[in-house]
Design a protein around this ligand. Structure first.
Ligand SMILES: *Cc1c(COP(=O)(O)O)cnc(C)c1O
Length: 360
């Protein structure tokens, strides 16, 4: 099989050494004589994996003790419901930056009041609305954002003002792509399948005192963050294999990459390589406001739908797979998360240059 580079937006490529380690341990994890998949979640072996995964995350992002690390299921999408179900008492300020906040708004409206504090739908979500404290509704409990907009390729470089309110953020596509100051937030969530591991596990960092502000009508233990806090994410059977993989990815970040600051340097280098080319290309362009550009999801177009299609087909043949843009926006998108090596981005840029010459 020839080398391929996988630019999928999620589930996405994983670090090769992590996959190798998982393969090595597939039949006999840590001398247990069994696969992690076969372990009781109540066993000493699995409990050590859970603890080790949490400890590694805490070290990586300096997560203080006032924050709990939780592992849930239901993806990012369940968080769109659980957040208002637990914390929307008086309303939520939501900044609308694309498909993922639209879904959050829809779920939040079912459960309480929503105030749209900013909205970039007027320009196909190609920028991040820069709001001030005055744009917030004085009565809401929290401000909600999607920090990196996977589909449109925008990213907050500065968090919005939220004085007197909690800040809740969807970091599904940017978690651990750069240093993270958890103390700036009250709740962070991320589906693992972009930067942390396989689909099926959602990581939540929650400030413990947020639990003092829960609604009293949460319909089920499984929808109550406190259940996960009180039971160390093991009220029911947690996604054990996913948690193990998240642990391996975090160890890779720590030991092979050298931490989040190093990861950020590599990610910026990768992103600059592609943006620099896009900004000079006569054929391809990126539609996003420069100051709001994502480092990990980079959409681009030729401006001609047929040529886009031709590019996607030829790219696939050359080993650059999953480069088609999201069905809602068309064009192309290169998702270059942590696990995409610099060589992959360089090879893509070389291929784009060649395509541009041939189609000038
Ligand atoms: C992928 C993604 C989601 C959706 O996650 P699911 O696990 O499919 O529910 C939510 N938010 C963002 C920013 C995403 O990139």
């Amino acid at each position: 099989m020839s080398k391929i580079y996988n630019f999928s937006a999620g589930p996405a490529c994983m670090p090769e050494s992590v996959l190798k380690k998982a393969a090595e341990e597939m039949l006999n994890a840590n001398g247990s004589g069994m696969s992690v998949m076969e372990m009781s979640h109540r066993s000493y072996d699995f409990e050590s994996i859970l603890k080790d995964t949490k400890d590694t995350m805490r070290r990586l992002a300096n997560i203080p003790e006032e924050y709990e690390i939780l592992f849930l299921q239901g993806g990012g999408n369940l968080q769109f419901s659980m957040i208002p179900m637990n914390f929307n008492q008086h309303g939520a300020d939501i900044i609308n930056t694309g498909q993922w906040t639209k879904k959050a708004i829809k779920e939040t409206e079912k459960l309480g009041r929503v105030h749209i504090a900013g909205d970039s739908s007027d320009a196909t979500f190609s920028y991040i609305p820069k709001i001030t404290q005055d744009d917030l509704d004085p009565d809401t409990d929290y401000v909600y954002i999607c920090e990196n907009n996977t589909i449109y390729g925008t990213k907050y470089k500065q968090l919005p003002p939220h004085e007197g309110k909690r800040l809740i953020a969807d970091l599904s596509s940017c978690i651990f792509t750069e240093p993270l100051d958890v103390t700036q937030y009250d709740l962070i969530f991320a589906g693992a399948q972009k930067n942390l591991g396989p689909a099926g596990v959602t990581v939540v960092f929650i400030k413990k005192d947020l639990l003092d502000e829960q609604r009293d009508d949460i319909p089920s233990a499984m929808l109550d963050y406190k259940t996960y806090v009180d039971n160390d994410s093991m009220y029911n059977t947690p996604p054990t294999y996913g948690i193990y993989m998240v642990g391996l990815v975090c160890k890779w970040l720590e030991e092979e990459i050298g931490g989040l600051a190093e990861m950020e340097k590599i990610n910026h280098k990768k992103a600059s390589l592609l943006y620099d080319y896009l900004d000079h290309s006569q054929l391809f362009s990126n539609p996003v406001a420069k100051e709001d550009r994502s480092y990990v999801n980079i959409p681009f177009v030729t401006g001609n739908a047929d040529l886009d299609k031709k590019f996607i087909a030829q790219a696939k043949e050359a080993g650059f797979v999953n480069i088609k843009g999201h069905r809602s926006v068309g064009g192309m998108r290169a998702s270059i998360y942590n696990a995409m090596p610099l060589e992959g981005v360089q090879a893509l840029v070389d291929f784009m240059k060649k395509f541009e010459e041939e189609n000038a």
